[in-house]
Design a protein around this ligand. Structure first.
Ligand code: BDR
Ligand code: CA
Length: 307
């Protein structure tokens, strides 16, 4: 039976690939949208565009437009001012739902207790709001997989912070301290699972309409990777989605307690992992450290119609 996913996301070029993977292999109950990579207007518009591309009637719920406490910089310099590589795509015809994303998370999990896998691909603002309103939320979710953090302090925004956590550390703190058990796919794992541009571009050339769409929205980011001399594309949200869709592809994982640093002048937004079990707190995270690269790549190629 297909998994049913509830995806909280801030599309975002790598979010878009993760969504294509999800639609290829699972059912998607709803998309709840946060600000993050770019502003909420763009992330909602991009989610709607993506659903139209795959001809899905998935409800799209706009959520938080700002982090909970402090304003944060977006990642438009990577994803483009519109979050989809400034590819000049036409707007979607579909509209977002009236219901706020955080409320949709609460309602949908009440309607389908135990059925839904929650996938968090952006800042955790909507999840934190939902959890604050309804602390019983985790009991109704089959599985929570989060893309976020840098588990040994090698971040991608400040020195130790990864974007999704660093954008809204207070939200991450609420989720990490209130959700008893989740799976964490961090930035450092992403860096170990890059995909060569040559291979990725061969799928873009061989695939269907999804590949043509992805070719357009990822052009800017591929140029960005080339300029920085990165050996391959790092696709954080796609890696997290691989763990969702093919749990057996994980080859190494460790259970640890993870907390969020909120105050440090150099370390705000860091994921503090108790690797040595010093604080005596039960592990809240299953940290994914390695997965089967071939299986990861097979999911992507299929999602682009190139398998
Ligand atoms: C994460 O930050 C965003 O820019 C990406 O979409 C991904 O979710 C990687 O740090
Ligand atoms: Ca994202």
């Amino acid at each position: 039976m297909k998994q049913v996913l509830l995806i909280d996301t801030d599309p975002g070029v790598d979010d878009a690939l993760a969504l294509l993977m999800a639609y290829d292999r699972a059912d998607v109950a709803a998309l709840t949208i946060a600000a993050g990579n770019v502003g909420l207007g763009h992330t909602v518009a991009n989610a709607l565009r993506l659903t139209e591309l795959v001809a899905a009637a998935t409800p799209v719920h706009a959520g938080a437009a700002e982090p909970l406490v402090r304003p944060a910089d977006d990642a438009a310099f990577v994803h483009g001012a519109d979050g989809f590589g400034d590819a000049g795509l036409p707007s979607a015809q579909r509209q977002a739902e009236a219901e706020h994303g955080a409320l949709a998370l609460i309602r949908l999990t009440r309607e389908r207790p135990g059925e839904l896998t929650l996938v968090a691909l952006g800042p955790l603002t909507n999840l934190a709001l939902a959890l604050h309103l309804d602390p019983t939320l985790p009991q109704r979710v089959a599985r929570l997989v989060i893309m976020g953090g840098a588990v040994t302090g090698r971040g991608n925004t400040t020195v130790p912070a990864e974007f999704n956590i660093g954008f809204d550390p207070e939200a991450a703190h609420i989720v990490f301290s209130g959700w008893p058990q989740f799976e964490l796919v961090d930035w450092e794992a992403t860096m170990r699972h890059g995909i060569t541009l040559e291979r990725f571009e061969s799928w873009l050339a061989a695939g269907d309409a999804r590949a043509r769409f992805y070719d357009a929205i990822s052009r800017k980011i591929r140029g960005f990777m080339r300029e920085r001399g990165r050996p391959g594309l790092v696709l954080a949200d796609a890696l997290a989605m691989a763990v969702v869709l093919d749990p057996d592809c994980v080859t190494r994982a460790e259970h640890r307690h993870v907390a969020i640093e909120l105050d440090g002048s150099l370390t705000r937004g860091a994921t503090v992992v108790d690797w040595e079990g010093r604080n005596g707190k039960p592990a809240n995270a299953r940290i994914v450290l390695e997965l089967d690269q071939a299986r990861f790549e097979a999911l992507i190629a299929a999602a682009l119609g190139a398998a």
